[in-house]
Design a protein around this ligand. Structure first.
Ligand SMILES: Cc1cc2nc3c(=O)[nH]c(=O)nc-3n(C[C@H](O)[C@H](O)[C@H](O)COP(=O)(O)O)c2cc1C
Ligand SMILES: CC(C)CC(=O)C(=O)O
Length: 383
């Protein structure tokens, strides 16, 4: 069922949506409990879970704690700012909304509320291929530029149809997710029997041939033998896509420096250092750990974005100090959406921006260009 915000899931207990943000919500993480009590346990497992034993999910958050900021005093901070240009899109601060599928699971307005929030904050939302609102409807509702996250489909024609629709609707970039040819081992979802309710679907994919599911009998190959990887894209497909569209390609889901180099060779306009929020392969590094290695390989040749565990303005600051141009926030804003719709997402973005500006000021950084390695306390474990 599309999220019903009037009662606690599975009970008759009334639970109205927040129409005013209580003072108890003073930080992004404060939204988590409000979100959780408005969702079924299974939907919560889908949203908040990671792969397998969730080591990478936890590592994404823990990595920020290990990195320390170096405060600087008495610097001239007048006339500072947080604005930047990303692939021709102006952004007032370096935080975008990451693609998150099926947002009607958490709020009846789904992605439309997130689009409105991104517009109000003048930042970019990356709309998922597997959104529960159609990409054209999101574009019509948007008053700020949108980017489209592309999952390659089993048939190239279907992939191309999505690209043409995104172009026609005015999306400004294609964010091609490259780290999820199949889902990771989602034990938390399995234990709670998560399945999509019938009234929440990937609207953009209506009429398209679905990817093969991995179902095998004992003694059979569950993945390689099932056809589940038949539609998985390769570097050749990126080259093909490059020649098929004029939209800039942003490759999302790079962790290995060698893949960053291949992305540059393939004509990517930007990359996103991401481990899919710890939902893909468990025990890969935290994104903040991988970021400096990737940034060193890229050496300024293209913008490097990152996501994973962003909940504080200081997280944004550390990501920029370690080589990121901008960050994307995933679950953090979806918690705001679940609790309070567009207002919650606006509030999350506003808190992140405010905290980020405070971090800049107290670290003596006037502009984004001032945020480099020397804004961090020297740490032997950082590349
Ligand atoms: C519920 C959920 C759905 C997601 N759906 C998509 C998706 O459709 N496409 C995609 O590229 N990434 C998807 N992601 C990954 C996010 O874009 C992002 O990489 C990740 O959530 C960042 O970590 P964070 O949630 O800790 O901020 C999803 C993540 C979550 C939690
Ligand atoms: C529909 C899913 C494949 C969306 C996704 O990327 C995720 O749940 O992490």
């Amino acid at each position: 069922m599309v999220a019903d915000l009037t009662r606690r899931p599975g009970t008759d207990m009334p639970l109205p949506p927040l129409t005013q943000i209580p003072p108890q919500i003073a930080a992004v993480a404060d939204y988590e409990d409000y979100a959780r009590e408005r969702m079924s346990d299974a939907a919560w497992a889908y949203l908040s879970g990671g792969a397998a034993d969730e080591h990478t999910l936890r590592a994404n958050r823990e990595a920020y704690v290990r990195v320390r900021i170096q405060p600087r005093v008495l610097r001239d901070l007048a006339g500072g700012g947080t604005g930047l240009d990303l692939l021709g899109t102006p952004l007032p601060f370096p935080v975008l909304l990451a693609p998150v599928a099926y947002q009607k699971l958490v709020h009846p307005q789904g992605e439309l509320a997130s689009v409105l929030a991104a517009s109000a904050m003048k930042t970019v939302m990356v709309a998922s291929t597997q959104s529960s609102i159609g990409l054209e409807d999101m574009a019509r509702a948007a008053e700020a530029p949108l980017w489209f996250q592309l999952y390659f489909q089993r048939e190239r024609d279907d992939t191309l149809r999505l690209v043409r629709r995104a172009e026609a609707a005015g999306y400004r970039a294609l964010v091609v997710t490259v780290d999820a040819p199949i889902n990771g081992v989602r034990n938390r979802e399995q234990r709670l029997g998560f399945g999509l309710p019938p009234d929440v679907e990937a609207v953009n994919l209506r009429g398209m041939r679905p990817m093969a599911g991995a179902v095998a009998r004992a003694g059979e190959s569950a993945i390689f033998g099932s056809g589940a990887l038949d539609g998985a894209p390769s570097w050749d497909d990126i080259a093909w896509l490059r020649s098929a569209t004029r939209l800039p390609l942003v490759l999302k889901g790079i962790l290995a420096p060698a893949d960053a180099r291949l992305a540059i060779d393939a004509g990517a306009a930007a990359i996103v250092v991401s481990n899919h929020g710890g939902r893909g392969l468990d025990t890969v590094p935290a994104t903040l750990e991988a970021l400096p290695w990737v940034a060193a390989e890229v050496a300024g040749r293209l913008p490097v974005l990152m996501d994973g565990g962003i909940r504080r303005g200081t997280d944004v600051f550390k990501a920029l100090a370690l080589g990121s141009t901008a960050v994307m926030v995933g679950r953090g804003y979806v918690h705001g959406l679940a609790a309070a719709g567009a207002v919650g997402v606006i509030h999350v973005l506003h808190m992140l921006r405010t905290e980020f500006e405070i971090a800049m000021a107290l670290a003596g950084c006037r502009t984004l260009q001032d945020i480099g390695r020397n804004a961090l306390w020297p740490h032997p474990a950082i590349a």
